[in-house]
Ligand binder design. Structure first.
Ligand SMILES: NC(=O)c1ccc[n+]([C@@H]2O[C@H](COP(=O)([O-])OP(=O)(O)OC[C@H]3O[C@@H](n4cnc5c(N)ncnc54)[C@H](OP(=O)(O)O)[C@@H]3O)[C@@H](O)[C@H]2O)c1
Length: 236
């Protein structure tokens, strides 16, 4: 594991709102992307054409095999369909959130005995899962990217159990326009799960009017305070 400096191939399992946004940011930063979805590569032709020669579409297994970093960004209910063998030894960024109306009830998330990214890690025992991109609305993710050193550069939270994987993800996020705050191991990922203080409203100018609000830059101090103030669902 580990990444050579410079260009990375990013595999995307899921190419919707968040997958498409990460792909756009990655291509803009000079990375190659391999997109995939559930309906087949031909259904991604428009996005591939928009992204240009650094992008191609493939099956989920091919995207997994091709990626130096692979972003899993499907509705959580589909996580067991994510290819296992091809992701052995890979760095996997997990963007998924638990929405029971969409995903159905998942008992071990309801009783908070585990977290979404730990479920994906259990499904991918030989991968290095890093939770990331899950607590920012895709339009805000696209709008808030800034070059290193910009005064209004934002910071994104990550969590993971492997230091080298987190370092690689930190370098990737830096390349696409973000600083990083490490929230700890995957078990601490609940600190920026759905409905916490560190969830997507943090990056909106008016959280009460979330979808109409513009993006609000978030610095490390603000994100750390939100992570520290987070309460589990049961305590919220
Ligand atoms: N929307 C946001 O702003 C946002 C922000 C942070 C995190 N998230 C979380 O990130 C995840 C993705 O969200 P999204 O909004 O990007 O969803 P989305 O727009 O609905 O896109 C989901 C993508 O996953 C693909 N997919 C579904 N089942 C699949 C499978 N079995 N194998 C491979 N690909 C599959 C879909 O392909 P088909 O269309 O071909 O089925 C689609 O490309 C969710 O867990 C969400 O809660 C979303």
């Amino acid at each position: 594991m580990g990444l050579a400096p410079g260009m990375t191939t990013v595999g995307l399992i899921g190419s919707g709102n968040i997958g498409g946004t990460v792909a756009r940011l990655a291509v803009a930063a000079g990375h190659d992307v391999v997109l995939s979805n559930s309906r087949g590569p031909e259904t991604l032709a428009e996005l591939v054409a928009e992204l240009g020669p650094r992008a191609r579409a493939a099956t989920p297994a091919e995207a997994a095999a091709a990626g130096d970093i692979v972003v899993v960004t499907v509705p959580l209910h589909a996580y067991r369909q994510v290819p296992v063998k091809e992701l052995a030894g890979k760095i996997v960024i997990d963007t998924n959130n638990y929405y029971p109306d969409r995903d159905g009830r998942i008992a071990e998330l309801d009783d908070e005995s585990t977290t979404t990214s730990e479920l994906l890690q259990a499904h991918l025992p030989e991968a290095y899962v890093v939770k990331g991109f899950n607590n920012i609305y895709f339009a805000h993710l696209r709008a808030l990217a800034r070059p290193a050193g910009a005064a209004d550069r934002s910071v994104l939270a990550i969590a993971g159990d492997d230091a080298a994987a987190k370092a690689a993800v930190t370098a990737f996020l830096d390349s696409i326009g973000y600083d990083t705050v490490d929230a700890g191991p995957l078990a601490e990922g609940w600190r920026f799960q759905r409905d916490t203080t560190a969830y997507a409203g943090l990056y909106a100018t008016d959280p009460a009017n979330f979808f109409e609000a513009g993006p609000a830059p978030v610095d490390a101090e603000k994100l750390r305070a939100a992570l520290a103030a987070a309460r589990r669902y049961a305590d919220a």
